[in-house]
Design a protein around this ligand. Structure first.
Ligand code: DAH
Length: 329
């Protein structure tokens, strides 16, 4: 009997050694280790032995069962990890999965390009808060509470004295409050106005502000700088003009128009922003000596500049985030 047990054990181990796949291993389990399997049966047969033989046979059978089960489990885990590895195999010859690569929004691209041009012209960049107080947005810019010019700069108020800035001109004030002339900065950023939305108006848009303050600065410097910028951005063919205008913070003031030919070759002037010589009242508000210093400033609409550059006819396209539009830039 003991010999027979030993043989069953040996056979089982020998068979296991030959197994190299999970299906064969499962066959083995059924044949040997399952409830009706040989090793399991072997144990139940021991009960039929006369009592004096049972003990030795039982011990042997248990040991065989343990050895076979261990060998089985070990093989099983080896085969499983082999299978796992073959699943992880990477076929480097397969074509890749295409990924969509993003890029900066056309407005970001435009601002970067503008800052680059002004950087070359010797301007540094300044930023101001989008949530402003009345002092910076209006009062220091010579727009008093009763000033009739308050209306065009109609604003979104958050609190009595706090509002979303309606232009980037308050950054001029912030720069002059903390910097002594000579000053030469550009300030890009978002501005907010409760405008009715149409092809050329949005309740939020971008402006880029410029400010130059030094001794002996004149309107000629302003016109030269604007001309230089416009040609650097649009190339030599572009036509532009200054048109006399009014702003409380500049005297004299002008608006800047770009020439735009429509589909039929008809000439249209498109306003892109305002400019002028800094009003002495503004210098007084920030404690810069208006007898000694003069300066010029402008504020341009970034979307308007981009619209002229790319032939975009509706400002709303910038904010709809339609990929068919954005992908073109
Ligand atoms: N802040 C004006 C606006 O939003 C534009 C402007 C006009 C800015 C004249 C200036 C300036 O710096 O000198 O309409």
């Amino acid at each position: 009997m003991l010999e027979q047990l030993k043989k069953t054990g040996k056979d089982a181990i020998a068979i296991l050694k030959e197994i190299s796949d999970m299906a064969a291993l499962e066959d083995f389990r059924i044949k040997y280790l399952a409830r009706k399997g040989r090793v399991t049966q072997m144990l139940s047969e021991i009960r039929k032995l006369p009592p004096e033989q049972r003990r030795a046979a039982g011990q042997l059978a248990n040991k065989i069962k343990k050895d076979v089960t261990e060998a089985f489990e070990q093989l099983k885990s080896t085969l499983q990890s082999q299978q796992q590895k073959s699943k992880e195999f990477i076929d480097v010859t397969l074509p890749g999965i295409p990924t969509n690569i993003g890029k900066p929004h056309v407005i970001t691209q435009t601002i970067n390009e503008l800052l680059e041009i002004f950087g070359r012209m010797g301007f540094t960049v300044a930023y101001g808060p989008e949530v402003e107080d009345e002092w910076h947005n209006f009062v220091a810019l010579n727009i008093g509470p009763e000033h009739p010019a308050r209306d065009p700069f109609d604003a979104f108020y958050i609190d009595d004295n706090i509002l979303l800035r309606s232009h980037t001109s308050p950054v001029q004030i912030r720069v002059m409050e903390r910097t002594k002339p000579p000053i030469r900065v550009v300030a890009p950023g978002r501005v907010y106005r409760p405008d009715t939305v149409d092809a050329t108006h949005m309740y939020m848009f971008y402006q880029i502000e410029a400010l130059v303050v030094d001794e002996g600065i004149s309107m000629v410097d302003m016109k030269t700088a604007i001309n230089q910028f416009i040609h650097a951005y649009y190339g030599p063919e572009i036509k532009w003009r200054l048109r006399p205008s009014f702003f409380p913070f500049t005297e004299p003031s002008a608006e800047v128009d770009l020439l735009w030919l429509d589909k039929h070759g008809k000439e249209n002037w498109m306003e892109v922003g305002g400019c002028g010589m800094v009003d002495p009242n503004v210098f007084d508000a920030v404690g810069i000596d208006s007898e000694k210093y003069t300066g010029w400033a402008f504020g341009f609409g970034v979307e308007r500049l981009a619209m002229r550059k790319y032939g975009i006819t509706d400002i709303r396209l910038f904010f709809q985030n339609d990929l068919r539009f954005l992908k073109q830039f």
